[in-house]
Each structure stands twice: as structure tokens, then as C-alpha cells.
Design a protein around this ligand. Structure first.
Ligand SMILES: [Zn+2]
Length: 436
């Protein structure tokens, strides 16, 4: 009995399914290295969902479709899940980047008007419609790089009105772009200048007004917990207020100096602890014993040319669930390429290609509570595919600097097709074959 589905993707040189069966919980240790490669693979899609995966032979014997797309020569994997980004900003900051390259330190850059506060000024000046348009453009940039699910933080408004505008801009942009978007309120990104001399008043504003009023516009609350920014007590107060208002928690933790950030994230039941360049041994132990995902952001360390990559090997060996993400933002990491991040993770943190694939898909999805919906290629999940113009999955990590994403498929539909220019008859060929 041959079943009719909406679409078949066939003849994938390699189909990376992320292994057998739906996973339970985030993947750790050896399980991070099981990626489930099917040669000459195929995916049957019904509506927005995967109906079946297998070899092309198996799938075409069981399924027929009006649209059949031939992906010969391409490696196909789950769409990337970028679980840490800051795309709600108005202007890029290339000037301060070049100052930094020329040797200027953080204080000199801040004195010239750079840093987070320059992003804050431009967001505050920009109208909602324009900020939504900038954000929408950034979301399409993720799609162009094979990302189908993205977590997006605010944090350049730093006032009730401007964080509200940022969340509304994000909501409009997300409605206009066919990606899964999780929205994170990051009012605790920095202290705005008007509260420089009364930090306690800003923490109160966050807990008593911003979180209760803006919480319904967000899925998550995040805090930049770092000595000199939000200290441990302030971070805890903010995250507890968020939890009391129904938000789930994420945390910028132990990036520059250890302060027990990972331990606090675990203690509060946060879904992720992010950065972790200076995580302590106790922090690694706490993370390994929890379901909090360690989200590593090696692109930032690379771009800032600083020491302090997270100890990924020690963390994986201790049993921590690890994800990787771009940290896309205008100051410290201006890339939307998960392929580039994969490369930096391999070369600088010594992760294997298999670990990087797991970290960029299912573990990242778990950190967003979307592991039942995305992150692997299994029946019942969204048909979100990243089609790579590379000879093998081993090119992930190896290939860097270009964009080998030939096509991004979201909910079974190609939304970005960089391959079309090279193969203008590509869609035609698929439907011709189906009608034969
Ligand atoms: Zn960040």
C-alpha cells in the first residue's frame, strides 16, 4: 500500500537524523556522538511535519507525493537551532570594532560612546516600525544560514518603554518570518546610565514593573550575571521575579569571572546557563547533575580575540549537556553562521563534528523546551531541514567562512534556496519526476 504525502525529499547524499527514536532529555557524553547518518536518505513530509525518514529506496516504496525534490549531492540535517542571539538592535558597531583592533581598550571605547550603551541609544531613538524591520532583516539572515529555530533576546532598550518596544518589534518580525522564534526579555543586560548611581532602583524597576508588565510578551527572562554588572543576589532576585510571572529562565553566566553563575542557574531550574568561559569545577559538577543546558558561545571569544573559551571537553566528559549558539549581536559577535560557530567549536574547544551537530540541534532545542518539536529528523517533528552543499557531514567544522547552506526548509517548505541560482530548473526537475 503506497501512501500519498505532500512532499518527498529524496536522494540526500547523507541524511543526518540524530539517531534512533525520539530522545528523552538532553544528550550527554557518548550520546552526543551518535548522529544517525543514512546514505541516499529521504524524508516524507505531510503538512508541516515529518511522516517518515529512511533510505530513498525505503521511502519511495512506501510513499508517493505530488512534489518530489531531488537532493542528490547534498548533506541534509535538521535545521540549526540557534539558542542564544541578540537580534533586536538598530545599528551595527563596526567603528568600535576597528578601534579595538587598533588597540583601544574597553574604557576608551566606552568613552567614545561605544559599547552596549551605544546600542541602547540607537534603539531608544528608533521607531517601533523601523526596529521591527531591522529585526526582521536579522531573522532572514539566520534563515539564510540554515537556522530554522532561533532564540532572540531584547536588552538594548533598558527602560520600560524601550524594552516594551523591543519585544513588540520582535513579535512583529517573528510574525513576518517563517522561523520558530522564542522571545527572551533581557532588561537585565546592563544598567542604563540614568540608574548608574542607584542600581538598586533599576533592579526594583525590573522586578516590580518591567517583568510583571512585559512578561506576557516573552517566553524567557535572562540576566547578564557578572561581577560589575548584575551580581549574584541581584540576578537571583530578577530571575525569581521572572519565574513568579510565568517566565522560564536563561542566564549569561561565568563569562568573564567565575561567580557561581552556573550553580545559580541550576539552583533556579534555568533551562540554560550560557557562555561559561570561567565556569568553576563546582559549576561543572552542578550542571552535569542537572537538565540545565550549558550553551557555549565560542564565536564571541574568537571575535573579541580573548582567552577564555569554555572548557567544552571537560564539561562533556563530566556529563554536562552542551549546546552551541552564535550569540549574534552588534558588539561582540556579528555572525549568524552556525557553520562558522561549529568550526570554532571544533578548532578552539576541541569538540568533535558529531558533538557539534548535536549541540547545534537537539541539545539547543532542549534548552528552549522544543526538543519534542525540532532538533532531530523523526516522524512527528517539524520538517525543518538544512541542506548543505558539502561532500559529507565531516565537512561540518571543516568548512568555514563561506555559506554552504544550499537551502533552508521550514515546515516542509523551502524558505531560502541559495541553490536555485545554480540550478534554475531544480523545482521543475522534482515535479517532473513525480509525474512520470
Ligand atoms: Zn549574549
Amino acid at each position: 500500500m503506497v501512501e500519498t504525502v505532500d512532499r518527498l525529499f529524496v536522494h540526500c547524499r547523507e541524511l543526518i537524523t540524530l539517531g534512533d527514536g525520539p530522545p528523552a532529555g538532553p544528550r550527554r557524553g557518548e550520546a552526543m556522538r551518535r548522529i544517525g547518518v543514512v546514505e541516499d536518505g529521504a524524508v516524507a513530509v505531510s503538512g508541516e511535519w515529518i511522516a517518515a525518514v529512511g533510505t530513498t529506496d525505503e521511502i519511495t516504496r512506501k510513499y508517493r507525493a505530488n512534489e518530489e525534490l531531488d537532493l542528490s549531492g547534498f548533506v541534509v540535517m535538521p535545521g540549526f537551532v540557534d539558542c542564544h542571539t541578540h537580534p533586536v538592535f538598530a545599528r551595527t558597531r563596526e567603528n568600535e570594532f576597528h578601534m579595538r583592533c587598533a588597540g583601544a581598550d574597553y574604557m576608551a571605547i566606552a568613552a567614545s560612546g561605544g559599547g552596549i550603551l551605544s546600542s541602547m541609544r540607537s534603539v531608544r531613538e528608533m521607531a517601533l516600525e523601523d526596529l521591527a524591520e531591522c529585526t526582521e532583516r536579522h531573522l532572514w539572515g539566520f534563515a539564510a544560514h540554515g537556522t530554522t529555530t532561533v532564540e532572540c533576546k531584547t536588552g538594548y532598550g533598558l527602560s520600560l518603554a524601550d524594552e516594551c518596544k523591543s519585544l513588540q518589534a520582535l513579535q512583529r518580525a517573528a510574525a513576518a518570518v517563517p522561523l520558530n522564534v522564542k522571545r527572551t526579555f533581557l532588561g537585565a543586560h546592563e544598567f542604563p546610565p540614568e540608574y548608574r548611581d542607584d542600581r538598586e532602583a533599576y533592579v526594583r524597576l525590573l522586578c516590580d514593573e518591567m517583568i510583571p508588565q512585559l512578561g506576557k510578551l516573552a517566553d524567557y527572562c535572562d540576566v547578564f550575571a557578572e561581577p560589575g554588572v548584575f551580581d549574584r543576589t541581584q540576578s537571583q532576585r530578577i530571575l525569581l521575579a521572572a519565574r513568579a510571572n510565568g517566565l522560564r529562565l536563561r542566564m549569561h553566566a561565568d563569562e568573564i569571572q567565575p561567580m557561581g553563575g552556573a550553580e545559580l542557574a541550576v539552583q533556579l531550574g534555568a533551562d540554560s546557563a550560557d557562555h561559561l568561559g570561567r565556569i568553576s569545577d563546582e559549576g561543572i559538577r552542578a550542571l552535569a547533575a542537572s537538565n540545565t543546558v550549558g550553551v557555549l558561545l565560542p564565536g564571541t571569544i574568537f571575535f573579541l580575540a580573548k582567552p577564555g573559551y569554555a572548557p567544552a571537553r571537560r564539561m562533556i566528559e563530566a556529563g554536562c549537556a552542551i549546546a552551541i549558539a552564535t550569540d549574534f549581536n552588534p558588539g561582540s559577535c556579528y555572525t549568524q553562521s552556525m557553520m562558522l560557530i561549529a568550526s570554532i567549536a571544533c578548532t578552539q574547544m576541541k569538540m568533535t563534528a558529531e558533538e557539534v551537530i548535536t549541540a547545534a540541534t537537539i541539545n539547543a532545542a532542549y534548552s528552549l523546551q522544543l526538543d519534542r518539536e525540532v532538533g532531530t529528523l523523526h516522524p512527528g517533528k517539524r520538517a525543518d531541514l538544512c541542506v548543505l552543499d558539502v561532500p559529507s557531514w565531516r565537512s561540518i567544522g571543516y568548512s568555514f567562512g563561506g555559506n554552504p547552506v544550499a537551502m533552508t526548509i521550514k515546515n516542509g517548505v523551502p524558505i531560502v534556496a541559495n541553490v536555485i541560482e545554480r540550478n534554475p530548473d531544480w523545482f521543475q526537475r522534482g515535479s517532473d519526476r513525480a509525474s512520470q
